[in-house]
Write a protein that binds this ligand. Structure first.
Ligand SMILES: [Zn+2]
Ligand SMILES: [Zn+2]
Length: 341
């Protein structure tokens, strides 16, 4: 995730008060700070949206929150996941073990959870291989596998999944919601729209103040940025009065925020195209450093590298860059300067 320069907007307090959803904040490291779990109570029991990662401290935070909210494990009927990232999906299996609840996500998100966290996942080898081909030095690659494997405890045990279908009405907390599936930040990401009140639970599809990370990953969607931009355009059509995001505070300037994100990515594409034109070609790691600097730790560097790749792939798809090779690394050239015929 990148913190961008977007303005802080003052939320329309009345809208937020009128539609307020009970929310549990589970602490995360910077820059995310916390993940929002939303609690919907209905005749058929309690639904928890995105319970957060599994850590000792998040378990304790939930035990305290459940006591405060007078919710017993037996009261929990469903966990609903916007997407498969560990900071949202991680505790789902832990809740399922204690409550017997159903855990819901999209089929595409479930497939991506298998790719990342399944028994046959080879992401700890495949992602370093991809980054090696795109110029990342060995000193970083050696730390990457261990870093990726450090997430397994945060998603263990893994839940049995029930499937939510895009665009088919879904009942939570006595309301009928429309699931809206988008991609780019995470394949199969679901937002949930309640048309009567204009409330949208938007996970990480749109965030205030933070630009959701858009990642190219091996074995996943081949042009995540194009999918992310298409998803923003789809969400922009909804008449949203209050958006409840996965991180930070509820906000009301939903369309303005989408417009800022669309502009941010077009500007970034333009900047990278300019870099390729000024140089004799760059690999993705060089583009990553030029965009995000060289002070990142392995966690942020991984997201930065995947984001640089997502933009480079999109430039190629738009016919503004071409691929070549140099010293076993893939290079990207401005189309006008490309040595590739
Ligand atoms: Zn996410
Ligand atoms: Zn998140």
């Amino acid at each position: 995730m990148n913190k961008d320069q977007g303005q802080e907007h003052t939320p329309a307090i009345d809208d937020i008060k009128e539609h307020q959803l009970p929310q549990v904040k589970i602490t995360l490291a910077n820059p995310l700070r916390w993940v929002n779990s939303y609690i919907l109570r209905g005749e058929d029991g309690v639904t928890i949206i995105d319970p957060g990662p599994r850590t000792d401290s998040s378990e304790q935070e939930w035990m305290n929150a459940l006591e405060k909210l007078a919710i017993r494990f037996d009261d929990i009927a469903s966990i609903v996941l916007t997407h498969h990232h560990p900071d949202h999906y991680g505790l789902a299996g832990w809740f399922q073990e204690r409550s017997g609840c159903q855990v819901w996500m999209s089929a595409r998100a479930h497939q991506e959870a298998e790719l990342m966290w399944g028994e046959s996942s080879s992401m700890d080898a495949d992602l370093p291989d991809l980054f090696r081909r795109h110029g990342m030095p060995e000193v970083w690659l050696q730390r990457l596998s261990e870093h990726l494997n450090s997430f397994f405890p945060q998603v263990t045990p893994q839940p049995a999944i029930s499937i939510i279908h895009d665009d088919l009405p879904f009942r939570m907390g006595n309301r009928i919601w429309l699931p809206v599936q988008t991609a780019g930040h995470a394949p199969g990401h679901l937002s949930f729209y309640h048309a009567d009140s204009g409330v949208l639970l938007c996970g990480d599809a749109v965030l205030p103040q933070i630009s959701p990370n858009v990642s190219l990953l091996p074995g996943s969607d081949s042009d995540p940025l194009a999918l992310f931009l298409a998803g923003l355009s789809r969400l922009r059509e909804l008449d949203v009065r209050v958006a409840y995001p996965g991180h930070r505070h509820p906000f009301t300037h939903f369309r303005d925020r989408i417009d800022a994100l669309l502009l941010h990515h077009e500007e970034r594409l333009h900047d990278i195209a300019g870099m390729l034109q000024l140089t004799g070609g760059l690999n993705a790691f060089e583009v990553c450093l030029a965009l995000f600097g060289d002070k990142l730790g392995i966690h942020q560097l991984r997201f930065a590298m995947c984001e640089a790749l997502a933009h480079l792939v999109e430039l190629v798809d738009r016919g503004l860059a071409e691929l070549g090779e140099n010293d076993n690394a893939t290079l990207y050239f401005s189309v006008r300067q490309s040595p590739v015929s």
